[in-house]
Design a protein around this ligand. Structure first.
Ligand SMILES: C[S@@+](CC[C@H](N)C(=O)[O-])C[C@H]1O[C@@H](n2cnc3c(N)ncnc32)[C@H](O)[C@@H]1O
Length: 439
């Protein structure tokens, strides 16, 4: 018999202590199905526990230091994470408390660390008792600061002095599951009816023409026609990118940083397959993910592995583009609510390293744009250094560039570009700046 709590604790150890990505660790879990024989329900419970511990890690650590008289030894980090898994269940999910404690404690037996049974039992029972008295409580603003690295809290306070508490809080909440209907295959109205027929509650997304918001998240295998390409999972803010780029049939379009192809597919859907679209990504393994996306959605584009910051590596036919999308490599600080491991892996030095790369990609792409053409620079970041500051430096460098005024009812209009913030706008945090080249 598997112990889902122990499996989750071991996944958290891999992600938080060893710095591995949450997606990779969870996908290995799925692939190792034969070995672990996890039922679909157990697999989704493990996922829930792993997401929860990654999201609430700072606070759970804070609680654990109050419950343990001394830290556990390095070789017992599995037991440490088992404790966090237990605390997460008691504090955040509706598992019956006795089952949460008993099964977490059983995890120690399964790990062949019987000595830890008494310890886990004592800590979890004390938490149940003391939490009821609120002696372990922290106020909610401090709580969300505890769940983020200090450098990020500091940056958010500086960049968004009025909004940082809302952003931190949203990062700790579960976001809605959003879909984009593949309008080359089915209209949004018809797809909504199909969801309805499958008793999946959903509404049309008021902020995106092809968007749908589900009442409750579902595995993609439960979505009608997903395998045949009738829809994709994509946040509203990511859908705005292609709406703002406004590609048209018969245009020549470049998607410079394309993997796994979410926005590329949206470009192809909006242009009904009538645009000539080139797409690249620097990582060849990720280029495979673009091909998978296009195959599932039954769409076509010219796809290659190349460095967007160096046009001599681009393998596409000569000529200049009408539209270019740069969905730049960035800190990902706008999508922490969907990828809670970002807060554990991202370092302040990463931002410094990303800025020159972002600028180099913008420079190389600008040269490939036709006079009169438009380039959209996008990031899923909420940090000014990667966003408006980057856009402003670009305008300084390129006298042929003018910023196009962007407005959206659900985004902050900045001097250059627009910004969405999780917790303030009903979507992920994204930045967009649109530039037009003079004739
Ligand atoms: C934000 S992701 C793109 C997401 C994608 N546009 C989508 O909607 O599915 C950024 C991508 O940029 C790629 N990248 C990083 N440096 C690059 C470079 N120099 N040239 C091309 N792609 C690069 C990364 O491999 C990553 O896949």
């Amino acid at each position: 018999m598997n112990n889902t709590r122990l499996i989750a604790a071991r996944c958290c150890l891999q992600i938080i202590d060893k710095g591995r990505s949450l997606d990779r660790v969870l996908s290995e879990l799925t692939q190792s199905d034969d070995k672990t024989q996890l039922s679909p329900a157990d697999r989704s419970f493990v996922k829930e526990l792993v997401f929860g511990v990654c999201r609430w890690h700072g606070h759970l650590e804070h609680l654990s230091t109050q419950l343990l008289s001394k830290p556990l030894r390095t070789k017992d980090r599995d037991i440490h994470y088992l404790l966090l898994v237990g605390l997460y269940q008691l504090q955040h999910i509706s598992t019956a408390d006795h089952a949460a404690v008993a099964e977490t404690v059983n995890g120690a037996k399964k790990a062949k660390k019987v000595w830890a049974v008494k310890l886990l039992n004592a800590c979890l029972r004390r938490f149940q008792r003391d939490d009821a008295d609120k002696t372990l409580d922290v106020n909610s603003q401090d709580l969300h600061q505890l769940t983020h690295p200090q450098w990020l809290v500091k940056r958010l306070k500086a960049d968004w002095p009025d909004h940082w508490p809302a952003v931190l809080q949203a990062n700790d909440e579960r976001p809605a599951m959003c879909l984009r209907v593949n309008t080359t295959r089915v209209s949004r109205a018809d797809y909504l009816q199909r969801l309805n027929a499958f008793e999946i509650d959903a509404i049309a997304d008021p902020m995106s023409e092809a968007g749908i918001i589900l009442e409750t998240a579902k595995p993609v295998t439960a979505l009608p026609g997903f395998e045949n390409g009738d829809c994709s999972v994509q946040d509203t803010a990511a859908q705005l990118a292609v709406q703002l780029l406004a590609p048209a049939p018969h245009q020549r379009i470049l998607d410079a940083c394309s993997a796994p192809g979410g926005k590329l597919a949206h470009i192809l859907e909006l242009t009904q397959g009538l645009a000539i679209v080139d797409a690249m990504d620097i990582e060849s393994t990720r280029v495979e993910s673009i091909k998978d996306t296009l195959e599932r959605l039954q769409l076509t584009a010219n796809v290659a592995s190349a460095d967007a910051s160096d046009s001599s590596t681009w393998p596409f036919a000569d000529g200049q583009y009408d539209k270019i999308l740069i969905d730049a490599p960035c800190s990902g600080t706008g999508v922490i609510r969907r990828h809670p491991d970002i807060r554990h892996h991202r370092r302040v030095q990463d931002i410094e390293a990303l800025q020159p790369l972002q600028a180099a990609i913008m420079n190389a792409c600008w040269d490939a744009l036709k006079p009169g053409g438009q380039l959209l620079y996008a990031t899923c970041s909420v940090l000014n250094a990667e966003n408006e500051q980057q856009a402003s430096a670009f305008l300084q460098r390129h006298k042929t560039a003018a910023a196009v005024r962007l407005e959206h009812p659900c985004a902050f209009a900045l001097e250059i570009g627009v910004q969405t913030l999780p917790g303030v706008h009903p979507m992920d945090g994204f930045y967009y700046a649109l530039f037009e080249k003079s004739h």
